[in-house]
Design a protein around this ligand. Structure first.
Ligand code: PLP
Length: 287
């Protein structure tokens, strides 16, 4: 892979940071993952906006404007597509608060952010027909993360532990339930369900990441007058839903076939999913 580190492009294996970087010591930073297909990014301006919001929320000055970020994404996309020989390149961007001479919880004001990015080969997007798609079997667990899940922080230990637990149970993701018995999100995805013929997803608040794919799904369906209701989903509703989907930049919209060993409906990808993924695919590069 080709990386970007503090204004320089270099092979990933040559990139070096200080162990005194607060990203390393505290997970003190913000990141983004931007999917690209044949050189075209999905949701680019929304990703930049979310990064700007996250940096502002944790008081790190944004080192670049949108045009400069775009230039970095374009360069990383082109160079990594050539190096990795795939049309599906994910661009990881990361801004940490930077390096200080001493390790303190508090930080000074004159610290210079560390900017890192690199490109990686993404899985190809999900198949678009029920007959072809491979759905997911996922775990279910109590959400034990912090109260600021709307910030796309590099401090991901809570998500890592939930995700890993699912993998160790032989599942491919973990859906999380808050103390009120409601779905928040999954360890690295947002959750949608079809309940009584309505498409629903939890409303945005501090309990979940405002996923770019989640918003693109809502907006593209809206273009075709398909309504998504943003409302709480209880654990019981989730398990008895007609369909459940996970959304993320790498999974796009992927159907869930079982949760914690409970089969969802007939255990097959659903027709609402198929229709919605096809609508999403018509709009994802233009919204
Ligand atoms: N929720 C969490 C916790 C995530 O880490 C991610 C992305 O990796 C998502 C949701 C989906 O967000 P997006 O659609 O922007 O990739």
């Amino acid at each position: 892979s080709i990386a970007f580190l503090n204004n320089e492009y270099l092979p990933l294996h040559e990139a070096r940071i200080s162990p005194m970087d607060r990203g390393f010591l505290f997970g003190d930073g913000i990141y983004e993952v931007i999917p690209t297909h044949e050189g075209k990014p999905v949701g680019l301006s929304a990703h930049f906006k979310r990064m700007a919001d996250g940096l502002s929320a944790i008081n790190i000055p944004n080192p670049f404007d949108a045009a400069q970020w775009q230039d970095i994404v374009t360069t990383l996309t082109q160079r990594n597509a050539a190096a990795l020989d795939t049309p599906y390149i994910g661009i990881y961007l990361h801004v940490s608060r930077g390096v200080e001479p001493q390790r303190h919880h508090t930080y000074g004001n004159d610290i210079k952010p560390t900017v890192f990015g690199y490109g990686f080969a993404m899985p190809s997007p999900p198949e678009t027909r029920c007959e072809d798609v491979k759905g997911l079997h996922v775990a279910l667990n109590n959400d034990l993360r912090w109260q600021r899940c709307h910030i796309k922080s590099t401090s991901l230990l809570g998500n890592v532990m939930h995700y890993q637990q699912g993998i160790e149970e032989g599942k491919s993701e973990t859906i999380l339930i808050n103390q009120n018995g409601e779905v928040t999100e999954a360890a690295s995805c947002n959750v949608f369900a079809v309940i009584n013929n309505q498409i629903v997803t939890p409303p945005l608040d501090h309990q979940l990441l405002p996923g770019i794919t989640r918003q693109l799904v809502i907006d593209s369906l809206g273009k075709e007058s398909v309504i998504v209701r943003e409302r709480a989903i209880t654990r019981q509703e989730l398990l008895s839903a007609e369909e459940v989907w996970l959304t993320s930049s790498s999974k796009e919209i992927t159907p869930v076939l079982s949760i914690d060993g409970h089969q969802i409906a007939d255990g097959q990808p659903g027709k609402v999913w198929e229709r919605c993924l096809n609508i999403y695919n018509r709009y994802k590069f233009i919204l």
